[in-house]
Design a protein around this ligand. Structure first.
Ligand code: ZN
Length: 429
């Protein structure tokens, strides 16, 4: 018998992978825009690196901000841009972000590598395949994605044959200025004179979004703070809100800003509970460079999880890198779901190892296998192939240990890629 920490037999991995690919995936977290917007972009191969994730890798590999600007300046000739890119490309080519781009280029466009010889023909191939209807071809036929949940600020309509909207409550809960309230008044045709009226607007918005059949609501507090929301006194929060309206407010990142935000996060969860909407929190590392990590751990969320046992909390990115803490919450709170969006490309190997641990730790109805967290269909495809491979590795290892049968392994994959996200977001795909 192989050791329990070694990789499973590659033949077994490939045969599981072939079966997992047949499971239509519900993609739990995406930033894809409408196809028409993408077609207007006229992307070439290097433009795929003009995204927060691979750009962050290029920057930490040494790319200066001056050269970054020149690299992504489409008015410059491609060969000049390539010479700026190449030294850093060699440094970042092994990272999950790069592998995900290469997987899309390889499987969808037939190019095994990105080199000075392929960058031109590859860019022409990208242009040639970017035609009306290619979203459907790539997402449904080539990737076998049944539905993608798309993050957005306010609710905007999407192509419902491919996408399901997930609007954010950020603008209602992360208050910076009085102008922000006035903008809500204009956009939602309401008038907000005090905190009670603001909370009533949040409730109405949640009811309207439920009626419009959204996947849930999203909040992203972890980009600016620790997730230690406390239940706060309504009177104190109302006084701060009144002063905010009079432009006498110390801002979101002050003690009074935190008190008001705590209060509003509880109210957003209450509104989501009343409308029966799943709450997705960004939980894990921040995109970009030089970010803090105080918002990564899901542990400080415990008081909120305890206060709302009836709400489905979707931990998007599962608290990466605090995946074990996330798993303890997934194991002990019935209302917590561990969402592997983004993390298959942050750390492909780490995701594999953690998944292997989770499968023996957490009931598998609590695991959501995939969310691309990306913008381009080619990288969504590449990311999904990596996620499926990680599942094949983790399940293959348990199979070799004799801990499950092949049919149970595929039941687990079917739950994680399809049935669990279908339940959490109310998808009938
Ligand atoms: Zn995202």
């Amino acid at each position: 018998m192989r050791s329990s920490v070694s990789a499973p037999d590659l033949g077994l991995v490939e045969s599981l992978l072939a079966e997992i690919k047949k499971i239509p995936c519900i993609n739990s977290h995406s930033h894809m825009g409408p196809e028409a917007e993408r077609l207007a972009q006229q992307m070439d191969a290097l433009d795929f690196f003009n995204h927060a994730y691979p750009t962050a890798d290029l920057v930490v590999a040494g790319l200066s901000s001056e050269n970054k600007e020149a690299l992504f300046d489409s008015r410059r000739p491609l060969d000049q841009r390539w010479s700026l890119f190449e030294p850093y490309w060699n440094r970042i080519r092994l990272t999950g972000y790069s592998q995900c781009i290469l997987t899309g280029f390889r499987d969808l466009l037939g190019f095994d590598d990105l080199t000075d010889a392929t960058v031109g023909p590859l860019s022409e191939a990208i242009q040639a395949h970017s035609k009306p209807g290619f979203y459907k071809t790539v997402l449904q036929q080539q990737a076998n994605i049944a539905m993608s949940v798309v993050n957005m600020e306010d609710l905007i309509e999407v192509d419902r044959t491919l996408f399901l909207p997930l609007p954010r409550l950020n603008r209602f809960s992360m208050l910076r200025t009085a102008e922000q309230i006035h903008a809500i008044e204009r956009d939602y045709d309401v008038s907000i004179g005090d905190l009670c009226q603001h909370v009533e607007v949040i409730r109405q918005v949640c009811r309207d979004w439920k009626e419009a059949q959204v996947a849930g609501v999203k909040m992203s507090q972890s980009y600016h703070r620790c997730m230690d929301f406390k239940e706060r006194d309504a009177g104190q929060a109302a006084v701060i809100f009144d002063r905010l309206l009079q432009d006498d407010y110390a801002g979101l990142d002050s003690a009074e800003g935190a008190l008001l935000e705590d209060y509003l996060v509880f109210e957003c969860c209450q509104a989501a509970a009343e409308a029966d909407l799943t709450v997705q929190f960004h939980l894990g590392m921040r995109a970009g460079n030089n970010g803090g990590m105080e918002g990564c751990s899901p542990v400080p969320l415990i008081p909120l999880l305890q206060a709302f046992p009836q709400v489905r909390f979707d931990f998007s990115h599962a608290g990466f890198p605090y995946l074990r803490e996330g798993a303890v919450l997934g194991k002990t709170f019935a209302n917590v779901y561990l969402n592997m969006s983004w993390i298959h490309i942050i750390s492909p190997f780490g995701s594999r190892l953690d998944l292997r641990e989770w499968l023996q730790m957490v009931p598998y109805n609590k695991i959501i296998a995939f969310g691309d967290d990306l913008q381009q269909v080619e990288t969504v495809y590449g990311h999904l192939q990596m996620a499926r491979r990680n599942f094949a590795h983790a399940l293959g290892a348990l199979l070799e240990e004799g801990l499950l049968s092949e049919s149970t392994a595929l039941d687990v994959a079917q739950a994680a890629f399809r049935d669990n996200p279908a339940m959490v977001y109310g998808v009938n795909a």
